[in-house]
Design a protein around this ligand. Structure first.
Ligand code: URA
Length: 204
């Protein structure tokens, strides 16, 4: 159990991350954010969540509101959470890249390099026992971060599998999932995602 004093400390550290991203002028996405009056999106949810979901980067709705996964993909993520009796407030939801890439293009290697240290900090603050990656970018980043032998394997092969890793604060299970946005385009992936959520439930 995490006590209130610790939760306050975590809150302060997360706000500090947001503050640094607000002024991240070296980001190639900074001027796009300010010109469009967008917000950076660092994440939301329980600061002592057992499970942390990591997506790619904010889309338009997210950048307009400052909240992760609040568009169409987010609705599906809510359904997936509900299917295992979880609410957003029970988990922590974040992204690798904290600003919206133009036209929702894939995040570039340079953007991932620039923003991922913030995600690393968030992981160490929240200290989740399970990291569920959403899509191939966050899966690849997390597999590389923890030097896992599965790095380089496809999401088709790794989705729905539990992969153990060691962090500064103890053991964590990496659980790759397809990105909910992919399931909006390819109907069959929704069924796979639902099945993978049931597997996730067994390790919660
Ligand atoms: N897709 C993501 O990867 N992250 C979001 O926050 C929204 C859509």
């Amino acid at each position: 159990m995490v006590n209130n004093a610790e939760l306050l400390k975590r809150d302060k550290k997360l706000k500090n991350i947001l503050g640094r991203i607000w002024i991240l002028k070296e980001s190639p996405l900074y001027s796009y954010r300010t010109e469009n009056h967008y917000y950076p999106v660092i994440g939301e949810g329980a600061h002592d969540a057992k499970i942390m979901f990591i997506g790619e980067a904010p889309g338009e709705k997210e950048a307009q509101t400052g909240r992760p996964f609040c568009g169409a993909a987010g609705k599906l993520l809510d359904q997936l959470l509900e299917s295992i009796n979880l609410k957003r407030a029970d988990v922590y939801i974040s992204n690798i890249v904290k600003d919206r890439p133009p036209k929702n293009r894939d995040p570039s290697p340079e953007e991932i390099k620039l923003y991922s240290p913030f995600l690393d900090e968030q992981i160490n603050i929240i200290q989740p026992k399970i990291i569920a990656t959403l899509g191939r970018f966050s899966m690849q980043y997390i597999l590389d971060k923890f030097n896992l032998p599965e790095s380089g394997q496809t999401i088709t092969r790794l989705h729905g599998r539990s992969i153990k890793a060691k962090t500064e604060y103890g053991e964590v299970i990496i659980f790759p999932l397809y990105h909910p946005a992919a399931a909006l385009y390819t109907g069959s992936l929704k069924k796979t995602l639902m099945e993978d959520m049931q597997k996730l439930l067994t390790i919660l």
